[in-house]
Structures are given as C-alpha cells and as structure tokens.
Design a protein around this ligand. Structure first.
Ligand code: 9MR
Ligand code: ZN
Length: 553
C-alpha cells in the first residue's frame, strides 16, 4: 500500500478512542472540541442540560484534576436552546480527560496536548491528494482503504472554445467537491488560501510529511500538493496565446454516484470569463513566487502564464461573464473587480512592477470595505489586500496601508466579539448559508493576519473556537469533518464515498453545514448542507495550520 502503515496506525489510535468514548447518550449533552485542547489555551464546553458543579477527571486513574461551577443559563434563538458553560482552561497538563457533571453525565474523552491538531491537519491536507484527478489515488484511514483508478484521462474537449471535436490536455488538478468538475474560480480562493497558509506557517509546515506520492521530487509535501493543481490550471489558459482562461472544465451535467474512473462522459473546456482569468493570474503569480526555490524553470513558466493573462486583462477591462449555455454543472458566477484586484496584488508582489501596484491601489481605494468579514469564492479581495499589507516591497501608499491596518483590526475584533456572543462560540455569529462551515474556518485568516499585525491572545482563541465548533462544540454535538472527531458525518454528498462500497466516507473533509443553525442533515442527497468542497477545505487547512507542531523528517 502506498500510504505507509504508520499513517493508519496513528489513525486507529486517534480516532478509536474518541469514537468509543462517544457512545453513551449522556455525552451528547456536553459539547466540546472532540479533537481536544492545547495546554495553554482556553478550554470550554457547552452543556444543553442544567447542572451546577463539574469536574475534570484524568482518564488513566479517574482522579479529579479540576473542579468548577457551570455558568448559565444562556439562551440563543437560532438554536432554540438554553445552555450552560464549563470553563476548564486551567487544565494544562498533557493527558486524556473527561468532563464529569453530576446529574448530566460524562463527556466524551478528550486529550490535552501540544499535538492535538497535528493529525487533523494532515488528514485535511491529504484530502486534497485524495481529490486528485487524472491519476490513481489511495490511502488508509481508520483501517479502511480508500482508492480509485486514474480518472478523467480524456480531459478535455474544446468544442465550446472554437475547436469542435478537438481534444487538448486538461488533466490533473483536484475534483471540485462531491462532484468531479474542475472550476477555475473555486480553485482561486482555494489555492489563494493554501498559499497564504504556506506563507504564514511554512516554518511549521515544511518538515511535515503528508505521505504523498513523489510527484515533485525535493519539494515540501504541502507545495507538492499545490503543484498538482497548478499543473492543471496552466492548461486552462486558451491555446491561442491570448491569455483568456476557461471558467471551468466539466461535463454538461452532473454524473450520478459513480467512481471517477467510471465517469466517461465528455468533459469540455468552457468559455472564458474575466473573473477566472484574473484568479488564474493571481494563482500563477503566487505559484511563481512560492515554487521558485524548488524549481526555477517551473516558476518561470507560471510567471509567463501570469503575465500573459494579466496583460490580457489590462487590455480588456470589461467584466466578462462566461457563456455556459448547455451546462448544468456548477456556476460559480461572480463579478470580477475583487478578482482583478487580487491579480494586481499578486503580480506586484511577485514582480515589483509599478503599474500592477498602481492598479491594485486604485482598486483598493474603490472598495466598499477594505477587509471583508465574510468571504469565499465570490469575493477574494481579502487575499489581495493582505498580500499588499504584508508585502516587504517599497512603494506602498502609507495612508492606504494605515486604513487597511485599521479595517483589519476592527474586523478581527468584531469576529472575536461574535464568537463571544454565540453559545457554541461560532465566530460567524448568526450567519448560516451554503458552505458556511468553510467560512467558520476561514475566519482564521483575518484573525491570524490581525494577530501578526498587533497580537491579541483573543485572536488565536477565536480561531480555536472555530476549530472547536467544527469538531463538536455545536448544536449537533458532532464533528463536521469526515473520519475525524466525535460522530463525524457518515453520508456526505461525495460521489466517491457513495460509490466505493466502503461504509465510512472518504476522510478528512469538512461538510458545508446547515443553512439555518439547525437544518444540517447527514444525508448523501442533501448537497445543500452535506457536500464537501475544496474552498471550504482550504479554510480548514489554514485554520489548523496555525497550530501544528513542526515535524522533522
Ligand atoms: O459553494 C457554492 C455555493 O456558494 C453556491 O451557492 C452553490 C449553488 O450555486 O454552489 C456551490 O458550489 C458548488 C458548485 O457549484 C459545484 N460543485 C459543488 C460546489 C459545492 O456545493
Ligand atoms: Zn478525475
């Protein structure tokens, strides 16, 4: 098996304990981060049943290591609940514990330790590897083998870009989500967020093995995985040298729940769009910068592609939507000013070109909000603004920089406040919509950025609130990430998971979440609330990356 034994053994150890301990009904009234807690960070649980005192017991000998009083009740309308809090932040010795609340019961077991998020980080990042298109993939998780044969090797046909019955190489990249399409705009926020994770945390990440096949010898695994996506993206640029970039590469409609290698319908490069072209520019400009130390020639190729598309955008300023007539696959329709702003920022950061700087600054000054609190594929201006803010290059407009600093701090402070008001410490507050779990995780980007600028412990605490929420401190008392934590999703809207005959779904993936606080359904058909997607996954990887420990290889 390609993925070594070590991987599966760690898994059995980590997942086994949590799942077994979670079996009792009592435990469901006590909602907490089932991955556990870092020693010196806050530790809180939300209880949906009234109690008064609680204690924390060490699993090895049942000794009480901490006692406290519950606080509450607290009410919250969107979940329709009255809840109580247990704060056991003082438990900062590594070990395994359980919360014991007389009259309520015992919680699931949870660890305290410096490494409690390491495995989840690796599993989440390996989710991208398992999403690879154009190759066979395999991995072992919790004793199950997940695998598919090489898929979509016929990518793709050019009928919709002016060459009927002509095929051109469009292989590689990641499948988008629970479907097997490949979409440039969704790749944008995904790759942008992942490069930012590398930028902010490469010291922790560079030594971590993700046990990937060696598709880029000598590269750190994290970047190796990103290269697989960039390899595909480079093929999305029109072959005519114009710099236009196809909006997506998909079939005309979604396939049924079959394995990717059995999905044989024709797939097409679609018409170009200016948002896709701008996102392509930003991604390839970032790739040029981050890949340069590992392969200067490849970096040069990325930069040349970025320059071509950027020049095209400059010469064609209109917001051009792709013509997707005939396709019923994902739309990802979006206006382009934020994408163009991001492209300008990355072009400037990579090349230092003055016109790109001016382009960025003009666009930034026209923004309604310099920092967006709530963002995803539809608005990527934060990616450009943060690149500009943290740039070491000379020439920035000091007044604009100052306004961004202020906006960043204000927005981060608001996020902290929102998490503080929510009974499950959800940093998005009461906003629920398609894919909002991804945005719960994505709050980490603004919070980390603010923390770099002017450190405040609450910024990190609130990221951990987001992580805690996704792994069990929530209305359902369940993990929202497949294969990890307590009672994770079992029936995500994911074609591989539905078709491979393995009972447990493909591991490491965050599901989109309810559109109301209480309407998540762990059902395969519920693509609205129970799908997985690369953009949400990248946010989860970013959130966890800030807390992993460096690992020497
Ligand atoms: O994440 C997208 C969400 O914001 C949209 O509201 C939704 C409907 O257009 O589409 C979501 O993206 C899906 C994409 O269109 C196709 N692949 C699966 C994506 C996740 O559900
Ligand atoms: Zn594929």
């Amino acid at each position: 098996m390609l993925q070594g034994k070590r991987w599966s053994m760690i898994l059995v150890l980590l997942c086994g304990v949590v799942t077994v301990a979670g079996a009792s009904d009592d435990s469901t009234a006590i909602r907490l981060n089932s991955l556990g807690f870092l020693p010196d960070m806050p530790k809180k649980a939300t209880l949906t049943t009234q109690g008064s005192d609680f204690s924390v017991r060490r699993v090895t000998d049942d000794a009480v290591v901490y006692s406290g009083k519950l606080t509450g009740p607290h009410q919250q309308q969107d979940v329709g609940q009255e809840v109580w809090f247990a704060d056991f932040s003082e438990v900062n010795t590594s070990g395994r514990y359980v919360l014991d609340v007389p009259g309520v019961g015992r919680s699931i077991e949870f660890p305290v330790g410096g490494d409690v998020y390491d495995f989840a980080f690796s599993a989440a990042m390996r989710g991208f590897y398992l999403w690879r298109c154009g190759t066979a993939v395999e991995g072992v998780h919790n004793g199950n083998r997940y695998a598919h044969a090489a898929c979509h090797l016929d990518d793709a046909w050019q009928d919709y870009i002016g060459f009927p019955n002509a095929k051109r190489d469009g292989t590689q990249g990641w499948h988008d989500a629970g479907d097997y399409g490949k979409y440039t705009v969704c790749a944008g926020v995904t790759v942008g967020t992942l490069f930012m994770a590398w930028d902010h945390f490469h010291e922790q990440l560079k030594g971590r093995s993700l046990e990937l096949p060696d598709t880029a010898p000598g590269w750190p695994d994290f970047l190796k995985e990103l290269k697989w996506e960039i390899d595909w993206l480079l093929k999305m640029q029109y072959p005519d040298g114009s710099g236009k970039v196809s909006h997506k590469l998909t079939r005309l409609d979604f396939s049924g729940f079959i394995m990717p290698e059995d999905d044989k319908e024709k797939r097409y490069f679609t018409d170009w769009g200016s948002a896709a072209t701008a996102d392509f520019t930003a991604m390839t400009a970032m790739a040029a910068r981050h890949f340069k130390p590992y392969d200067p020639n490849y970096a040069e190729k990325c930069l040349a592609a970025a320059k071509t598309s950027y020049a095209f955008l400059q010469a064609n300023p209109a917001d051009k939507r792709p013509d997707l007539t005939g396709f019923s696959t994902g739309g990802y329709g979006t206006s382009d000013p934020d994408d163009r702003l991001w492209a300008a920022a990355e072009m400037w950061e990579t090349t230092g070109d003055a016109p790109a700087l001016a382009d960025f600054e003009t666009r930034a000054k026209a923004l309604r909000r310099l920092i967006e609190a709530d963002w995803d594929w539809g608005n990527v201006s934060n990616l450009g603004v943060l690149t500009y803010l943290f740039s070491q290059r000379p020439g920035r407009d000091p007044e604009l920089v100052e306004r961004i600093r202020t906006a960043l701090k204000e927005t981060a402070d608001q996020i902290v406040e929102q998490a503080g008001r929510d009974v499950y410490a959800r940093p998005l507050g009461g906003r629920y919509y398609w894919g909002c779990n991804g945005d719960v995780a994505r709050q980490a980007v603004i919070l980390q950025a603010a923390h770099k600028l002017s450190p405040r412990p609450e910024y990190l605490h609130t990221i951990l609130d987001a992580v805690g929420h996704l792994f069990g401190r929530n209305y359902y008392g369940r993990s929202f990430v497949t294969g990890l934590g307590h009672r994770p999703p079992m029936y995500p809207h994911d074609r591989r998971s539905g078709a491979d005959g393995v009972e447990a779904p493909w591991p490491g993936y965050v599901i989109g979440g309810g559109h109301r606080a209480t309407d998540w359904k762990d059902e395969q058909d519920d693509y609205r609330t129970n799908e997985i997607a690369i953009n949400w996954q990248a946010a989860l990887v970013y959130a966890l990356a800030g807390f992993v420990q460096p690992e020497a290889n």
